[in-house]
Ligand binder design. Sequence first.
Ligand code: PAF
Length: 299
Amino acid sequence: MAETLTTVRAPLELREACNLARKSGKIAFVPTMGALHEGHLSLVRAARTRADFVVASIFVNPTQFGPNEDFARYPRDIAGDTKKLASAGANLLFAPDASVMYPAGEETRVRVGALGEHLCGPFRPGHFEGVATIVAKLFGLVGESVAIFGRKDYQQLKILQRIAVDLFMPVEVVGMPIVREADGLAMSSRNAYLAPADRDRARGLSLGLSHAWRAFEKGERDAEPIKNLALAEVIQVADRIDYVSLVDADSLQPITEKIGARALLAIACHVGKTRLIDNVVLGEDPDPRASMDARGAEG
Ligand code: PAF
């Protein structure tokens, strides 16, 4: 646990605090939109093991939400989040207002290439440009560091790794495993929107991924049957499916025939009014429901 958590709100205060901290060691950075759950806190704890000084940010970034998305109702709890960050071991919290991240006259946007073409890209036009832009601003302020993100937003992680390389940013972008609830549901701030009946149905995503994972482990390499195993579960629980896709885990381009070494099986669907995403990297990740088996729960 960090002795003290200092909160700064001005971009230049963040830059100065990071420049000072870097004189005595390494910096790890955990960017978030707040409404922190155990998944975020696991990122902060991972950051602690990699660096001497841990910076977290909380900013509900308006440019990554579409006009009909949940920007206004996105959960916000800065007081609760501050306590959680302190006990997970963060040293510095950057919690700016939108007016300082997007001041009058600001107009630059970071355009994302082919990594944004599939999966969530077509369903959330402008989303990855908004993510790329805010994260580029944050990386520019924090400077040399290791930045830690969750693998639930796998496409976001790949895009941010690309940006750091392409724009010569002194930031190593690292992805950490998905943290799941006891019934397999991937942790997300948006899970708070789920009504009890929807919350129950939401388990279908990890169940579908697990069926596909097991088939892959038994040697299935044809894309269609693997995808269909996941789809069969998702169809039963989702009110609307954006996609159940199998893509190359690095290029994020669709796999239509045989699966090679590493493939990402990813789902995005709506359960009630909540859009949920989940994924597994076949050939790399454990069974998404492995922790349930350990608890002896029903599949
Ligand atoms: O994953 C998130 O919480 C956000 O997309 C991020 C990376 C903090 C950018 O706003």
